[in-house]
Design a protein around this ligand. Structure first.
Ligand SMILES: [Zn+2]
Length: 557
């Protein structure tokens, strides 16, 4: 095999172009209907078929039967085009000829009629590399070239082109060639070349080619030489410094079997590979297993694995020790197996709990309350900005309503999320906390909770905060306003209660007695009694509310 595959299998017509069906279809139709533009721009990743398409399109223009979407392939023009020696198809690489003088040469050439064909075609590759002066010089010609001139500009970076160039060309965006198309094409070539191969090996080559058919073909050339005409995944893995599929299977098997010793062996073994490549291979493996519905790679476990692997990749960016990152990563994946079990347990418990505790239909009622609570504050906020006379415009009212309903929607979501985690917390939150407003990343709430309810909310605050951040945005802060009214009422009632209790409790009587007959009573008993009083619910509530520095217990008058 003397010729490289990329050249030997360079597509000769639109049908043999890989992975750009919509573009080839549009160009074919344009040729068939003779609706031609004078300048085309092909943009896309390297190796996505831009240059090949430009050459096929040029041939279609110059063919004796042309312009046609099916060049005859036998006329002199077709043959010269196929051999890349057509005098009227001028290819130029703007990466090396980027100066204004180079473009002046091109402009000069456009003034002369084509030598043999009906068109003179200029293919300018990597056009974004041209200097600003060169672009400006090209502009005029690009806008109004002579009848017989066609421009095909190609670039990997269309964003670097001036808008004036973009607006004067018909733009075709070449997408990355799908992985499967590349694998299929590699297989086709190997069959033609009568070379045996393992399908997995081709997938590895295509992955290493990163969507570029040209790069994939270059790697295939190497693989043919490297593996002496029998391409196996082991050979290719060896050649590319990758892990072969069997090894990957073994690693995941060790993780699923929670075989720590085996994993440590793998970590040692993998130290000779490039860490990032190993992580990429592990990710690709998880992805392929997930798509093939492998029972072991459930949604939950795939998501966890993927997150762990992505985190590991991030660690590499901060120059962490490669071997350590890989070890950490594999052990985290092992740990994820535990989480899987715990998660399954939690979700089954939650289902059990919610079956018996379906939330009553009063949620809509409380949401209405939130709306009521929200609107007045919105209005008072807006009022200073609005002139005193007429009521606010329709538009503004609508905006306010939109905002309110949007806020309420999220608030409802917050309650729902809390309910998914803890029914008691959600119920308490719904009963005692109401929505005031959401502005400047601050969720303003009002709480009427006290005593036990307040305790529940305080315990669940971490969870409330977490869901608030998830629903309202990561920077959201919660500001809770304690209802003053209820605080006052509560204070009063607690004071009343304390008075009553102090009056009525036999404990107090006993303390009084104890005080009177101090000498006779054991100190321990007295302390115990005092302790009992201090620990009573009512005193705790009072402490909670007043935050006293000192508590004095007086005998009954
Ligand atoms: Zn022809």
């Amino acid at each position: 095999m003397s010729e490289v595959l990329a050249l030997k299998y360079r597509p000769k017509n639109f049908d043999s172009l890989i992975g750009q069906e919509s573009i080839t279809q549009i160009l074919s139709l344009a040729l068939a209907n003779k609706r031609l533009s004078h300048a085309y721009l092909f943009s896309g990743l390297r190796g996505s078929g831009k240059t090949s398409t430009a050459r096929i399109f040029s041939k279609a223009l110059v063919c004796d039967n042309g312009p046609t979407n099916t060049p005859c392939e036998i006329c002199e023009n077709c043959q010269m085009a196929n051999e890349n020696r057509h005098i009227d198809i001028i290819e130029m690489d703007a990466a090396s000829s980027r100066k204004i003088d180079d473009i002046r040469d091109v402009i000069e050439q456009t003034k002369y009629k084509p030598n043999v064909a009906r068109f003179k075609i200029f293919i300018i590759d990597e056009v974004h590399m041209l200097t600003r002066e060169a672009f400006n010089a090209l502009l005029k010609t690009l806008e109004e070239p002579p009848e017989f001139v066609k421009f095909i500009l190609a670039t990997t970076d269309p964003l670097k082109l001036p808008a004036t160039i973009l607006s004067r060309t018909q733009h075709f965006r070449f997408k990355q060639i799908p992985h499967d198309d590349i694998v299929h094409h590699l297989g086709y070539i190997l069959n033609e070349e009568k070379i045996t191969y393992e399908p997995d090996a081709l997938a590895m080559i295509a992955r290493a080619g990163h969507g570029s058919l040209r790069d994939s073909l270059t790697l295939l050339d190497q693989a043919i030489i490297f593996s002496k005409s029998n391409i196996t995944s082991l050979n290719v893995a060896d050649m590319l410094g990758l892990l072969d599929t069997k090894k990957l299977d073994e690693i995941f098997e060790a993780i699923f079997n929670e075989d720590k010793n085996r994993i440590i062996e793998f970590i040692k073994e993998l130290e000779s590979y490039e860490c990032e490549v190993v992580l990429d291979e592990l990710i690709a493996h998880v992805k392929s297993k997930f798509y093939t519905n492998d029972a072991q790679f459930s949604m939950l476990i795939s998501e966890r694995f993927f997150r762990i692997l992505s985190e590991a990749k991030q660690l590499l960016f901060i120059n962490a020790d490669n071997g350590f990152v890989l070890g950490l990563c594999l052990f985290k994946m092992l740990e994820a197996m535990n989480i899987k079990r715990v998660d399954a347990l939690i979700s089954s418990l939650e289902k059990e709990k919610f079956r018996s505790l379906e939330t009553p239909a009063n949620s809509t009622q409380s949401i209405n309350q939130h709306t009521e609570a929200a609107s007045p504050t919105k209005q008072t906020q807006k009022q200073p900005h609005v002139p005193t006379t007429k009521p606010t415009s329709n538009l503004e009212t609508r905006n306010m309503q939109d905002e309110t309903s949007k806020a309420d929607n999220r608030y409802e979501m917050l309650i729902k999320e809390l309910g998914n985690r803890s029914y008691d917390l959600a119920k308490c939150f719904q009963n005692h906390v109401s929505f005031i407003s959401f502005s400047d990343n601050s969720l303003n709430l009002k709480s009427t909770a006290s005593g036990k309810d307040r305790e529940i909310l305080r315990h669940g605050f971490g969870l409330i905060k977490q869901f608030t951040k998830e629903i309202y945005g990561i920077n959201t802060k919660i500001s809770v306003e304690q209802s003053i009214q209820t605080q006052e009422v509560k204070k009063k009632s607690v004071v009343e209660k304390i008075k009553e209790e102090i009056k009525n409790t036999p404990k107090q009587e006993q303390i009084k007695e104890m005080k009177n007959s101090m000498q006779n009573t054991g100190l321990n008993d007295k302390q115990q009694e005092l302790q009992n009083v201090l620990q009573s619910d009512i005193i705790k509530q009072a402490q909670d509310l007043f935050k006293p520095k000192k508590i004095k217990i007086l005998p009954k008058e």
